[in-house]
Design a protein around this ligand. Sequence first.
Ligand code: MN
Length: 725
Amino acid sequence: MTSPEQRTLPPMVRIGEIIDKIQGYIQDPDLALIQKAYVFSASAHEGQTRLSGEPYLSHPLSVASILADMRMDEASIAAGLLHDTVEDTKATIPEIKDIFGAEVAHIVDGVTKISKMVFESREEAQAENIRKMIVAMSEDIRVLMVKLADRMHNMRTLEFMKPEKQKVIAQETLDIYAPLANRLGLHLVKVELEDLCFRYLRPDAYKQLMKSVESHATVDQGYIDKVIGLLSEMLQRNKIEGGIVGRRKHYLSIYNKMLQQGLTFDQVYDLIAFRVLVHSLKDCYAVLGLVHATWRPVPGRFKDYISMPKNNMYQSLHTTVVGPDGERIEIQIRTEEMHNLAEFGVAAHWQYKEAKLGMKSKDLEKFSWLRQILDWQKETQDPRDFMSNLRFDLFADEVYVFTPRGDVKELPDGATPVDFAYLIHSQVGDHCSGAKVNGKLVPLSTRLKNGDTVEIITDPSRRPSRDWLKYVKTAKAISRIKHFIRTEERERSIALGKEMLEKEMRKAGLNFQKIMQSGDLDPIAEEHSFKHVEDLLSAVGYSRVTAKKIVHRLKAPEEEARAAEAPPVEEPVKPALSMDKVRIKGVDDVLVRYAQCCDPLPGDPIVGFITRGRGVTVHTADCPNVKNLEPERLIAIAWEGQEDKPYPAKVSIKARNVPGALARIAAILAEQGVNIDSGTFLSNEDRTSDVILTIEVRDSAHLYATIDRISNLDQVLEVSRLSLA
Ligand code: MN
């Protein structure tokens, strides 16, 4: 993409401007540190240029300037000036520590480490990197602030990158950095990042929307001035001091609203948000009363974030009213102090404190979200789980509910009593058997609403259920339930493996108990790269290793070894006539039974289900019962002699309308080697969309494995198979 508007570059930021800014909010700042960092950075980057053709130094200067706009301390701004010296020049961390002290060196080191992480690589590596980033952040939040300022300037100058690179960086920014900025309460940063991402990821939609917004009536300056005039008259008449601004909402939020609610541009009313800033809390509510008395409030749109602040400490009153010309307008009312926090987030909070040191872990405790992430990142073993959970948490809206004692708890929108139980304590979650909301017994799948009082009933004999995964919303609940299921599955598969092996040994005249005690299975486990005999038994339970093979190996080790070396003997293909000729990949000679429910016939697409101790049951691939079976026990099977040709299938996916949802689904299809024949995409009013795809799969096991992977995506609510007709 060539740059949409060939613009001339803004003049390079000068160090004097940065110093002026710092003096505006820090009394008696350590300017020597800033000057020194400037000189060091200038000489380190000497001769380097950016893709825009500007001297490289323009970048660290811009980053420092953004940090000064965020009202960060001197160490952060010095680190901003130095942030690329270690990665791109000969400078080293020990050198920076010598000259600038440990604090600055620590921030530069953290930023350098984050910059080296390649987030666009494989999901697992990415998850690991983000995990590291969050740990680095928790040590000193200023690391993230500098990184966000760095990303902000890189996004502002993205037009000079190659188009492929633009998309990758914009997507990463939208997935990771914009939500992090939001979570830290850095509203201005979030909004600017999102609009820049939107511009590069959906250039056509962006241009179109920009045109529509500019020509819309309420965006007309005359209209804005009129409403501001009416509001300030209202304040004056009632002797309330305050200021009012009117601002267009940012493009991505308008666009998302259209997508999520299925609206055309003309149906989006509140393009402008008016903001009333007053001196006191009392005045906030007074202004709200006046606004509601003058203009009719739109039901369901009033939100009191003053008495219930958001997790990122945001406080404000929000209401939407039918304005002077019958248009809907959003009005936000808050004090100047709340406003500073809304715009500058963490930085503002830090500014109110007297300590000159940045935010250390104690301050971070205020950010309970970050603390929760740190908590469960210790528990989550699988980096992919971590990643999908994190994504989920980053994008979720919140609801606030009460404990029976009246404490407020914050949960993501859509959370259930099970999520609440896990939030209280892991043990409460694990043994949660029922719930009362506002005194009434409700199903555990009930969606909690703002202001609900929730009471959990526990039963020590109760265990987490797989069903819970269908509706829980919090990362903590998901990871605990999955952990429990995995442990339980493993125990079951070991028991099943034992049972299968014992039977096979009995047939061969071997004594299972004796062999188990003798340690004869140890070398066999080792040959299969298992650490423990239990792992081998579990593999037998899952039919990954056959009991027969183990018995062979026990009886005739040498023969087995020879057989393993010899090329496999091709079995002659038999006609697919008799009912017992089913070929099962990776498994030979297991007990095969035919499901009564669907009565498969040779030639039907079929799928196998590994039962617990009763061999494999064969179902037709479209048997309705298959959907309810545990996907990890489904295996690929085929009729003897049938070719492996792809067959078409149709799936319906209900996904949340969040950025990247479609891309994730497409990525999984690609990973699974599934062809997409055709697809339709429908946006629903409830912020979900239905994606209907006709795809080509190898067999039904392939289909269900794919469905399973897709339904594990946090953006996906439901996946089902449709009939082809
Ligand atoms: Mn940089």
